[in-house]
Design a protein around this ligand. Structure first.
Ligand code: ZN
Length: 352
């Protein structure tokens, strides 16, 4: 725009006009995408054109806020859970995009929070839970600044990664916590258990009310054979990178952060984007399976003392409530279904 261009010869004008129109649409699409993703959580992957190295950057502010609301988390618990959420999203790079494969991250220690568990599937759906949601605030002084003491809340313990690739037994990897600050622990896990040299940064900032203000992170993975020169460039870029929570607070987006890690000279390309949300796939069918599997004595005991049998989902807090009649029906239906295929169609009553 504004730049005088040589007028194309007569015969080419139409094509030029067509090209400009397309460019305009392109810009519009980009703006629309930007608007659409402005307040959403997502993860991007970027690569340097010529080097076997991958970079992910994620914004998970809304997801961490939803987790805080669903579980009524104290500020400290929200900060730990927020970090675990970002960590689990970064670890979802180990499963197939767009599938129901799942990766679970469990951080368990002898600190007052007990444990935090988060799982993410290939579609970017996140859910989690924490043992002690009321854990009090711990802070520490770092270079004259007050910071949350995540390691104190967690204590000494282990980091477990459960990869469910939908092929039977899930793959489980356990490493000791090396820092308890989660980012470094995830980098340690990737190096030890997956043999992937990695660097990880995670940040969660709380506002003055103790609610999640921003949550996000980034990860670099070296897939083997990256040139010394490129490694040096990336290392320098990572060293210069401000804390991710500062970047998000300034309005930086995952793609901006990824492109700060892979500088222009390495010819960065954005390869993909996945939306992230807190979503629990629990439903009547799953809960009825639980109800059907309860021992009879337990069911009898519940109805001696209560009018309803209630099942609460630990991941989303949803309460499923059944009367004695409903429970009996669920259980007898389950017994029917367990029988081999000699059951009669006419006897089946389908509830809708
Ligand atoms: Zn649920």
């Amino acid at each position: 725009m504004g730049k005088e261009e040589k007028r194309p010869p007569e015969g080419e004008r139409e094509e030029t006009a067509f090209y400009d129109w397309r460019k305009k649409i392109d810009e519009q699409v980009k703006r629309d995408l930007k608007d659409y993703f402005q307040d959403r959580d997502y993860v991007v992957m970027a690569v340097p054109k010529e080097e076997p190295l991958r970079v992910w950057a994620v914004k998970a502010t809304n997801t961490a806020r939803t987790a805080q609301r669903v579980h009524r988390l104290s500020p400290m618990a929200a900060a730990v859970m927020g970090r675990a959420i970002v960590g689990a999203i970064l670890l979802s790079s180990l499963i197939k995009h767009g599938t129901d494969q799942k990766v679970g991250l469990k951080i368990e220690g002898d600190g007052p929070i007990g444990y935090v568990y988060v799982e993410v599937d290939g579609k970017g759906r996140v859910r989690g839970l924490v043992k002690n949601p009321d854990v009090p605030l711990f802070t520490k002084e770092v270079n004259g600044k007050t910071k949350l003491d995540i390691a104190r809340a967690i204590g000494n313990g282990t980091l477990t990664v459960i990869k469910d690739l939908g092929m039977g037994k899930p793959y489980v990897g356990v490493v000791p916590l090396v820092s308890g600050e989660i980012a470094e622990d995830i980098a340690y896990y990737l190096a030890q258990s997956e043999q992937i040299p990695s660097a990880v940064g995670i940040g969660v900032k709380l506002d003055e009310k103790g609610e999640v203000k921003v949550a996000g992170g980034w990860m670099v993975q070296e897939m083997g054979g990256t040139s010394e020169k490129a490694l040096q460039v990336i290392e320098d870029a990572v060293k210069k990178l401000p804390p991710v929570s500062d970047l998000l607070e300034q309005g930086k987006r995952p793609e901006d952060i990824a492109l700060m890690i892979i500088p222009e000279e390495l010819n960065p390309h954005l390869l993909g984007l996945k939306e992230i949300e807190y979503y629990c796939p629990c439903d009547e069918k799953i809960v009825e399976g639980v109800v059907a599997g309860l021992p009879q004595e337990e069911v009898d005991k519940i109805f001696e003392e209560n009018q309803f049998l209630e099942v609460t989902c630990h991941f989303c807090g949803k309460v499923y409530r059944y009367t004695r009649e409903q429970v009996e029906e669920i259980r007898s239906r389950a017994r029917e279904e367990e029988k081999p295929s000699d059951r009669k169609e006419e006897g089946d009553k389908e509830n809708s």
